[in-house]
Design a protein around this ligand. Structure first.
Ligand SMILES: [Mg+2]
Length: 453
C-alpha cells in the first residue's frame, strides 16, 4: 500500500470519471484548527467511490452547525447540490450560524466537480477573469496612522493592489475625551467571550456577561465619537494616505458599535481620503438606517459578511443603502447562493467584494465564485502573516496569493488535491485531541423538521 496521502490522491484520480450517478455520501468529519489566524473547522464529506469533498465552517463558528446536518445527507448523491442545499438551508442562520450549511454546500460542489472532472467556476458559467484580485486586511492595532501606513505600504510592496484597515472606536477608546460612553460600557468591549471548557459557575457567568455585552446592537450602546475623537480618526487616515498615497483603494472596517448618526459624521470627515468603502457601520438588519447613511455621504457603504441567503441582501439592495456588498461564502449559503447574490447586486448597480478569513479551502471556494461573477471587485485575505497557511493543502500554486492575486487552477472541484494532516495536527483547537474523528453519534440525529402543517 502507498502511504495514506498518495492513496487518497490516487483514488481521487481513479474516480474522477467513474459513476457520478451512483455517488453516495457515506460520512462527514471535521478538523478544528486555530491561528490561521482565526479558528475554523475544516470539513470532509466522504463518498462510496473514494472521492472526498472539502468544505470549511466559518471562522469563529461551531463545527456542530455542520455535523448536525450529517444525518440529513447520508446516502444522498452529493451532485444534487441544489436539492440538498434546499433541504438543509432551514438549519442555517445569519452570522456564524450559516457556517454549517455553507460548509456542506461547498463540499458538495467540490465532490460534483471531482466526480465530473470540472472546475467549480466552469460549472457556474465560466470565467469573467483570469485571476482574482485579493485585498489584504491589516488590523490597525497601533495608535499612529503613520505606523499603520507603513504596514500597509509593506503589503503594497508584496504586490497587493487593494487594502483595508480599521478606523474607529478601538483606536480612540484610550484617548481622553474622544468617546462619549455610559460608565463602564467601553471597558466591556476590550474583553471577548473565550472558547473552551469553563470550570465554575462564576466563570460561566462572567463569559455570559461579556457575550451579552457584545450582542448589544449599535443603536442601543449609547457610544458616540466626540469632535476630538473624529479629529483623531481624520488625522489617522490622513497620515495613512500620506504614506500609501491616493492611488491605491483603501477600505475601512471596524468602526465600532456606534450609532448611524456617528457613522454619518465619520463618513463625511473622511470623504476626501476616498475610501473604497465603509464597512458594517451599523447592523445590516437596519435597512432604513443604511439608506440614510448612504444618502448622507459619498463614501460607498458596504455590508454583508453576516447575511445568510440571497433574501437577506434583497431589502438592502432595493433600498439603495449599499454601494458594495460583502458576503462571506461561509455564511451566505455557499457557492451558488453567493453567485446569485452577486448577480442580484449587479442588477442594482452594486459591486461585490467577498469576505474571507479562513484556510485555502474557503479561499478557493470564494475564488471560484469571484472568477465566475461579473461584478466581483476584491477578495479578502487575512493570512499574510501566517507562514503555514499555504501548507494546509496540496495541489495549489504556492503561495496561493501571489502579487496580490489568486490564479484559479483549471482542476476539478475546488482544485485542491488534499489537506495535509501533519500541518493541521500542529494547530488543533485547544481541547480537541485529534482530527477527522468518527462522528457516528450524529448518524441518527432526527426530527420532524417541516416548518408548516
Ligand atoms: Mg468586516
Amino acid at each position: 500500500m502507498p502511504e495514506a496521502d498518495g492513496a487518497d490522491e490516487a483514488l481521487n484520480r481513479v474516480n474522477m470519471h467513474s459513476k457520478p450517478s451512483d455517488l453516495r455520501i457515506i460520512d462527514m468529519r471535521v478538523a478544528e484548527i486555530v491561528g490561521a489566524p482565526f479558528t475554523s473547522a475544516l470539513l470532509k464529506i466522504y463518498t462510496n467511490q473514494g472521492i472526498v469533498g472539502l468544505g470549511e465552517v466559518r471562522d469563529g463558528a461551531s463545527a456542530t452547525y455542520a455535523l448536525m446536518l450529517k444525518s440529513r445527507l447520508l446516502g444522498e448523491n452529493p451532485c444534487d447540490i441544489d436539492r440538498l442545499f434546499r433541504r438543509i438551508k432551514q438549519f442555517g442562520g445569519h452570522g456564524r450560524q450559516g457556517g454549517g450549511v455553507s460548509a456542506v454546500e461547498i463540499a458538495l460542489w467540490d465532490l460534483a466537480g471531482k466526480a465530473y472532472g470540472v472546475p467549480i467556476y466552469q460549472m457556474l458559467g465560466g470565467r469573467f477573469r483570469e485571476k482574482v484580485r485579493v485585498y489584504c486586511d491589516t488590523d490597525a492595532t497601533v495608535p499612529s496612522g503613520t505606523e499603520t501606513g507603513k504596514r500597509l505600504k509593506q503589503r503594497m510592496e508584496l504586490g497587493f493592489t487593494f487594502l483595508k484597515m480599521d478606523l474607529g472606536l478601538m483606536q480612540i477608546a484610550d484617548v481622553p475625551g474622544a468617546v462619549v460612553s455610559p460608565a463602564g460600557s467601553l471597558e466591556g468591549y476590550r474583553d471577548h467571550p473565550r472558547r473552551g471548557a469553563l470550570k465554575t459557575i462564576e466563570e460561566r457567568r462572567v463569559r455570559n456577561a461579556v457575550y451579552d455585552l457584545h450582542n448589544v446592537p449599535h443603536p442601543f450602546t449609547g457610544l458616540h465619537f466626540s469632535d476630538k475623537g473624529l479629529d483623531f480618526l481624520e488625522q489617522y487616515i490622513a497620515e495613512v494616505r500620506e504614506v500609501i498615497g491616493m492611488d491605491v483603494p483603501l477600505a475601512i472596517d471596524h468602526i465600532g458599535h456606534i450609532s448611524v448618526q456617528n457613522g454619518i459624521r465619520l463618513a463625511r470627515r473622511i470623504e476626501e481620503y476616498v475610501p473604497a468603502w465603509l464597512e458594517d457601520v451599523i447592523p445590516w438588519q437596519y435597512t432604513e438606517q443604511y439608506q440614510r447613511l448612504q444618502d448622507a455621504t459619498t463614501v460607498p457603504i458596504c455590508t454583508g459578511e453576516d447575511i445568510y441567503l440571497k433574501e437577506g441582501f434583497e431589502p438592502l439592495l432595493r433600498s439603495g443603502g449599499v454601494s458594495v456588498i460583502h458576503p462571506d461564502l461561509l455564511t451566505s449559503g455557499g457557492i451558488l447562493e453567493t453567485k446569485k447574490i452577486g448577480d442580484m447586486a449587479q442588477d442594482h448597480g452594486v459591486s461585490m467584494a467577498i469576505h474571507m478569513a479562513e484556510s485555502p479551502i474557503a479561499a478557493m471556494a470564494a475564488a471560484h465564485v469571484a472568477t465566475a461573477t461579473e461584478n466581483f471587485m476584491a477578495l479578502e485575505y487575512h493570512s499574510a502573516d501566517v507562514d503555514w497557511w499555504d501548507d494546509i493543502v496540496t495541489g495549489l500554486p504556492k503561495p496561493l496569493v501571489k502579487n496580490g492575486f489568486i490564479t484559479v487552477p483549471d482542476k476539478p472541484g475546488l482544485g485542491i488535491d488534499d489537506v495535509v494532516d501533519e500541518v493541521i495536527s500542529l494547530h488543533l483547537r485547544p481541547g480537541v485531541t485529534d482530527i477527522w474523528q468518527p462522528t457516528d453519534h450524529w448518524d441518527d440525529e432526527y426530527s420532524w423538521d417541516r416548518t408548516w402543517s
